[in-house]
Design a protein around this ligand. Structure first.
Ligand code: FAD
Length: 284
């Protein structure tokens, strides 16, 4: 299908974006890589009379690793995440997850900011950012503010971001210990039936900390504090993993769709989380 007619803007700085968002209100939307927004416009599920392209805004680009703090600009693409040498060493879970998003063509265009801002429960970056305890930086008419990724998502396609705010960057402490991003999908290029992001640190042969987040198993990403707590102080033995899976299953709320009925999704979620914990523990 062909999208409805729209006016196209390509400002050179973020202030220009904010001014356009203030001028046009609900009728304006920003576009990053366009690989979620344009399909929605073509299907006429999103009507955007004023489309603001972020491609020319240098301030939204770039990856900075400053000591143990990592900052990723909103317009960094998934391809750049995978191919950035420093980032792959400092936070390897990012490239492991990004490599499981769609296909190379989508990853050349799809951005970190667009993936986080979109609010689609099937997007992989939101759960990953919750696992890493990232802070999301937003800029609006009143200035900047930060929101924890674990508090950013309200419902499907509903986030804490106001209509006149732009997602600028995402920031987190470089993770330590073992990691894993496991994803079950129907075929290459598909969104997750279930995905799990896991970071584990080890001390004296036992789990010191564990962070677990699940994707596409509720209308928002699910950071399961209880699942992580179930592993702490254990040797990640079978009983501990079963306890973590049971805790995670208490936190998710999948619905039936073309990826399967609820019982199937819960079964897959358990298997995927067990695999992710096993691999993260082996790497810790
Ligand atoms: P856009 O489409 O440009 O924008 C998406 C939304 O976010 C829009 O509402 C836009 O207004 C808003 N937005 C964008 N940037 C900002 C910003 N800086 N500030 C405020 N709001 C902003 N994703 C996955 O995670 N996993 C997958 O498996 C996957 N498979 C895919 C398969 C296909 C065939 C396709 C086409 C896409 C797939 N995607 C998948 C989605 C892809 O990763 C998208 O690129 C991503 O979700 C959105 O990024 P974008 O840069 O294209 O954002």
């Amino acid at each position: 299908m062909i999208p409805a007619a729209f006016d196209y803007y390509r400002p050179k700085d973020v202030e220009g974006v904010i001014a356009l968002l203030q001028e046009h209100g609900d009728d304006a939307r920003v576009m990053a890589g366009g690989h979620s927004l344009i399909p929605m416009m073509k299907l006429r599920m999103a009507e955007v009379p004023h489309l603001i392209d972020l491609q020319d805004i240098a301030a939204l680009k770039g990856i900075a690793i400053d000591g143990d703090t990592i900052t990723i600009g909103a317009m960094v693409t998934q391809h750049e995440l995978i191919n950035h040498d420093g980032l792959s060493a400092a936070a390897p879970i990012l490239s492991e997850a990004a490599l499981q998003i769609a296909d190379p063509q989508v990853r050349y265009m799809g951005t970190v900011g667009g993936n986080i801002a979109n609010g689609d429960p099937g997007n992989d970056m939101p759960g990953l950012m919750q696992c890493l305890d990232a802070q999301i930086e937003l800029l609006g008419p009143e200035g900047t503010r930060k929101v924890a990724a674990r508090e950013y998502y309200e419902a499907a396609y509903m986030t804490d971001r106001e209509d006149d705010e732009v997602l600028i960057s995402v920031r987190f402490a470089a993770p330590t210990g073992g990691y894993s991003y496991e994803k079950q999908k129907r075929k290459i290029g598909d969104y997750a039936t279930a995905a799990a992001a896991v970071q584990i640190t080890k001390a004296e042969g036992k789990v010191a900390t564990a962070s677990i987040a699940m994707t596409n198993l509720s209308d928002v990403p699910v950071w399961s504090e209880d699942a992580g707590d179930a592993l702490v102080g254990t040797t990640c033995d079978t009983e501990a993993m079963k306890a973590a899976v049971a805790a995670m299953l208490g936190d998710i709320d999948p619905t039936e769709d073309n990826r399967g009925p609820v019982a199937f999704k819960r079964h897959v979620a358990g298997i995927i989380l067990t695999r992710a914990i096993t691999r993260a523990w082996d790497r810790a």
